[in-house]
Design a binder for this molecule. Structure first.
Ligand SMILES: *Cc1c(COP(=O)(O)O)cnc(C)c1O
Length: 230
């Protein structure tokens, strides 16, 4: 058994325990394997262990992997910042973009999505902590952006994603995740048909699942530590 396969089993066990203690079904939470900075072989090993959805932050690096592994029919999520000059590459190669926080980006992605591909699946990135330097739309601006994005022809709005600052303990993490869940619930109450709440990473997936996450994005716990701090 490879280290990655072993790690995936450990993460799957954590997900099972977290769902059980949250009183949720295991199938309510999907696992996104964050493969940024790791090579094609690492993705192949995870795929061989049954993992099919992968998250990437760096567009150029991701496009190389996506192209090289096209035959494996993996699902690729962009979870990094999307600069205007990268929207075409993203629209042409990814299945999901979780980091939409400006209408301009969404419009370009919609315009540049190739006609032969299904709609690009979108999450609005919400800045839950309100930190001025971080990406993500502020909670009070999320509904307006979500409604505009939902109206674009070649995108399909699926939900909300957030990357809160690491919290000091479980309760504090749950409090932040609950505030993100509240944004998600508000958008649904406003009539948007959303099914994805992307929150929780290696260190805090239990708190995220307790708070209603439907997708955790896990890198380190699957692939090991990254040389580069990102
Ligand atoms: C790197 C990254 C992750 C994975 O973080 P780990 O702590 O390694 O699990 C999840 N989400 C985003 C947006 C990331 O950039």
């Amino acid at each position: 058994m490879t280290m990655i396969e072993k790690n995936l089993q450990t993460v799957q066990a954590r997900l099972a325990v977290a769902c059980r203690s949250a009183g949720r079904e295991r199938r309510e939470v999907s696992l996104l394997a964050v493969s940024k900075t790791f090579g094609i072989d690492a993705v192949k090993q995870a795929c061989a262990a049954g993992q099919t959805a992968f998250g990437e932050n760096y567009i150029q690096e991701a496009v190389q992997k996506i192209t090289a592994l096209r035959h494996l029919n993996l699902q690729w999520h962009c979870i990094g910042a999307v600069q205007s000059n990268k929207t075409r590459l993203v629209a042409e190669h990814f299945d999901w973009v979780q980091t939409v926080d400006r209408l301009k980006t969404a419009q370009r992605l919609s315009e540049q999505r190739p006609a032969h591909l299904p709609p690009l699946q979108i999450c609005i990135q919400v800045n839950a902590d309100g930190g001025a330097t971080k990406s993500g739309v502020l909670p009070q601006d999320a509904l307006a952006l979500a409604q505009q994005v939902a109206a674009l022809p070649n995108l399909r709005l699926r939900g909300v994603m957030s990357i809160p600052e690491p919290a000091p303990d479980f309760a504090a993490a749950c409090a932040v995740f609950a505030s993100i869940k509240a944004v998600f619930d508000d958008l649904k109450a406003a009539g948007l048909a959303l099914d994805t709440l992307s929150m929780g990473m290696s260190a805090d997936l239990e708190a995220a699942i307790q708070s209603g996450s439907t997708m955790v994005r896990v890198g380190t716990a699957i692939f090991g530590g990254r040389a580069k701090v990102v």
